[in-house]
Write a protein that binds this ligand. Structure first.
Ligand SMILES: NC(=O)c1ccc[n+]([C@@H]2O[C@H](COP(=O)([O-])OP(=O)(O)OC[C@H]3O[C@@H](n4cnc5c(N)ncnc54)[C@H](O)[C@@H]3O)[C@@H](O)[C@H]2O)c1
Length: 318
């Protein structure tokens, strides 16, 4: 951890939410790219075991800390002097955020502000923020585009939108490039199938792997823009480390909707013996289709999600 800051290149990267699903893969990707990395996490939903592959890495250090503790954040980032900060820590459960709006605001908006302030104080030059397709709400103007309207329908989406606005305002008044990445439905190894927030893929994959039937609400033709974790981490790491790229708001999505029936087919392709699904009535409030427009990220960041859906599902089941 003794390497010095070299102006120009991004070598030192701090990752909040490092022990989570996306955070742990991001830290691994950064280390593979030769970066020096610190991970910060309060382990509220994240797990130390997610970092077991890199825990002993000589370019990685882990700090168990809460992003809402101003002094701790200032000290950790002040000591490390990151070139870039990737902010992934969040209260990620939509239902928990809905029932605890103050806590949601404290972590997802004020926590983001504290991370950004500590990053600025430590002279970080780039900040990447994990935003979400939830900022679009239940729109029927598909595919969802960065230039289109935002209309969050829950506290979680509201907080992500407010945090985006805050970070973009910092970019205008300070010398720090802010990139807000609106992730669509991310899937991949280490996503916790028991979490209330967890994507349908990890829940279905977990049930199928243990020979239990999945429950499909509605006809199974509802669709989502599922994006594989390796594509997401590539988008995050490029945004954090390529100093040529401008900040702004970008969808990270595939631009291809997959239905639950297609997901079940992909799981059957791996194990033909998975039990037949149980169909139940549609759930009130469930979004029928979600699809992102990837063209702005492709044009400006050069980002393309390349993982084939069936391949991604296969890797998940390995
Ligand atoms: N997984 C998805 O499909 C998806 C989609 C859109 C956006 N996102 C966003 O991506 C980010 C990462 O999500 P994930 O799926 O990896 O979830 P996750 O729960 O696996 O990771 C979040 C991490 O943040 C940590 N954390 C929470 N509050 C903290 C705090 N106050 N201080 C320090 N650490 C704290 C948790 O312990 C956890 O390790 C989140 O910001 C989430 O809102 C995820």
């Amino acid at each position: 951890m003794e390497e010095q800051k070299v102006s120009g290149e991004i070598n030192r990267v701090a990752v909040t939410g490092a022990a989570g699903f996306i955070g742990s893969h991001t830290c691994e990707g950064l280390l593979d790219a030769g970066k020096t990395v610190i991970g910060i996490d309060n382990l509220s939903t994240g797990k130390r075991i997610n970092l077991k592959g890199i825990g002993e890495h000589d370019r990685f250090s882990f700090f168990q800390a809460d992003i809402c503790q101003e002094d701790a954040m200032a000290t950790i980032l002040g000591d490390f002097q990151p070139d870039a900060v990737i902010h992934l820590a969040a209260l990620v459960s939509v239902p928990i955020a809905e029932h605890n709006p103050d806590e949601n605001y404290r972590i997802n908006v004020l926590g983001t502000k504290l991370v950004a302030q500590a990053a600025l104080k430590a002279a970080a030059r780039r900040m990447v923020f994990a935003s979400s397709a939830a900022v679009y709400g239940n729109s029927d103007q598909l595919p969802l585009s960065e230039e289109g309207p935002t209309n969050p329908i829950n506290q979680y989406g509201m907080a992500k939108l407010e945090a985006e606005t805050l970070l973009l305002s910092y970019e205008k008044s300070h010398d720090m490039t802010s990139t807000c990445l609106r992730f669509f439905n991310v899937y991949g190894p280490r996503q916790d199938p028991t979490s209330p927030y967890s994507g349908v893929i990890s829940i279905f994959a977990d049930l199928c792997a243990s020979g239990r039937p999945v429950t499909v609400y509605g006809d199974g033709r509802q669709s989502r823009d599922f994006i594989y974790i390796k594509d997401i981490t590539r988008g995050i790491i490029t945004s954090a480390t390529n100093t040529e790229l401008p900040g702004g708001i970008y969808n990270l999505c595939t631009g291809q909707g997959k239905t639950l029936l297609e997901l079940l087919d992909a799981l059957k392709g791996i194990d033909p013996d998975v039990p037949e699904p149980i169909f139940e009535g549609e759930r009130e409030g469930d979004i029928k289709h979600s699809l992102g427009n990837p063209s702005v990220a492709r044009r400006i960041l050069g980002f393309e999600a390349t993982t084939n859906f069936a391949e991604g599902i296969r890797e998940l089941q390995n």
